[in-house]
Design a protein around this ligand. Structure first.
Ligand SMILES: *Cc1c(COP(=O)(O)O)cnc(C)c1O
Length: 427
């Protein structure tokens, strides 16, 4: 595939080298980056500085819900920036109130706190849980193995993966991990200090694993019995990513008793701002009144600019019925990938996920990948890049497919053709 793309002209090669040089010299090297230097985007596509086009099925890690350079998002940003970008939370303003109202309308009764990222949203949930248990001396939060809850110190302590913790010990006390989708494991792990359980509806970084309805219903019952909060990290799977506002709503479709399920707190970010950095957590009555004046805050959180964008995104998703699009094309993509798994059984093991949170799992050992010390997922993604498509590795063998919610059928088919071409090349 590489030969198809002509070598960039010298002047552009120098651009790439110059930009990379700026990073090497000045940016803390905490990321493993792909050798791609992006320049601009439109809709479902992005272009690099050599003008090579990529179909963006990575969405900046499940963020870009409306694709790139959506004109109405731009307009919302420009219009609000002419009025008021920032106020702090010393004052009231309409965009924050409106965005909170939309979230509450979609969740059920409760209230919202705004911050700037997913990690911060989870910090809010941790503080909520600690406040809830404080007078009884309860503080411990149970989370799942293979979870991901952010890169703050409490976030890595909550995350059930050793690789994010290594080198940063001592961790924040009060987090313990249990196997996911295993209700007995949670029941057995509860101590007198346990105050909450935090899980993802679909584990995003952990290989796209969805919670079962029985697990969620069991956790709800257990948390009620033990007076514990049931918290959900919906940073990646929330905000219509699965074709419903919340992943648990999709999981409970056609499940008797499922419509009554409600967690006590939910963290949000990623698609909420669709690229503008904003995070939030919702808490249900009466827990939403635990964090009283002065107990929690953020200077930027819920600023007029971010909330104006958030309001626009809600509006566009609703008006254009994008949740339906996510369901229809999500099912189409997953079924076609399952077909590819049957057609190329030496390359693709299976596909799973909900809506536009799809995991394509590769077989354990692909001979063509044996030479390199890079993971199978990274090697496959590198080939997708060469062929003009972005996607995101998840773990060592899963490729995450995270298209924008306004994806067109033809673009879905184009993505499948690219995936198939790589599978055929490797098989
Ligand atoms: C991305 C993510 C986070 C962290 O969000 P940041 O905005 O990077 O802080 C937390 N939890 C989950 C499930 C995520 O996918």
């Amino acid at each position: 595939m590489k030969e198809i793309v002509p070598a960039p002209p010298a002047i552009v090669r120098n651009d790439i080298a110059a930009i990379k040089g700026l990073f090497d010299k000045n940016v803390i090297p905490s990321y493993g980056r792909f050798e791609i230097t992006l320049s601009h985007g439109a809709g479902s596509y992005v272009w690099d500085v050599t003008n090579k086009r990529y179909l963006d099925f990575g969405g900046g890690i499940a963020v870009s819900a409306l694709g790139h350079a959506h004109p109405e998002m731009t307009e919302a940003l420009v219009e609000q920036s002419r009025k008021l970008i920032h106020t702090s939370n010393l004052y009231f303003h309409e965009p924050q109130g409106r965005l909170a109202e939309s979230i509450v309308n979609h969740m059920g009764c409760g209230k919202v706190f705004f911050c700037n990222s997913g990690g911060e949203a989870n910090e809010g949930l941790f503080k909520l849980a600690r406040k809830f248990g404080h007078d009884e001396g309860r503080f411990e939060i149970l989370t799942a193995f293979n979870s991901f809850h952010g890169r703050t110190l409490a976030g890595i302590s909550a995350t059930g993966q050793d690789k994010v913790k290594k080198g940063f010990e001592p961790l924040v006390p009060g987090f313990r991990h249990v196997p996911y989708n295993d209700l007995d494991a949670v029941r057995n792990a509860i101590s007198p200090a346990t105050v909450a359980v935090l899980i993802e509806g679909v584990q995003g970084e952990g290989g796209i694993t969805a919670a079962t309805p029985e697990y969620l219903l069991g956790l709800r019952k257990l948390c009620d019995e033990k007076k514990m909060l049931l918290l959900m990290d919906s940073v990646q799977d929330g905000h219509f990513r699965t074709g419903r506002f919340q992943a648990f709503q999709r999981i409970f479709e056609n499940v008797p008793g499922g419509e009554k399920f409600m967690p006590d707190g939910v963290s949000m970010a990623k698609a909420l701002g669709a690229g503008f950095p904003i995070g939030a957590f919702w808490a249900r009555e009466p827990y939403c009144n635990l964090l009283t004046a002065g107990s929690h805050g953020s200077t930027y959180g819920g600023n007029p600019l971010g909330c104006a964008v958030g309001n626009k995104i809600f509006q566009v998703i609703q008006r254009d019925k994008l949740a339906d699009n996510v369901r229809e094309l999500g099912d189409f993509l997953k079924n076609e990938m399952l077909r590819l798994a049957t057609k190329y059984p030496t390359v693709i093991k299976t596909a799973r996920g909900l809506g536009f949170l799809i995991g394509l799992e590769l077989v354990d050992k692909i001979p063509a990948f044996a030479q390199s010390d890079k993971t199978h997922a990274v090697q496959f993604v590198n080939r997708l890049h060469d062929a003009g498509m972005l996607a995101v590795p998840s773990g060592t063998h899963v490729i995450r497919i995270l298209p924008p919610f306004n994806l067109r059928k033809g673009e879905a088919e184009e993505g499948l053709r690219i995936i198939e071409s790589i599978a055929a090349q490797i098989a």
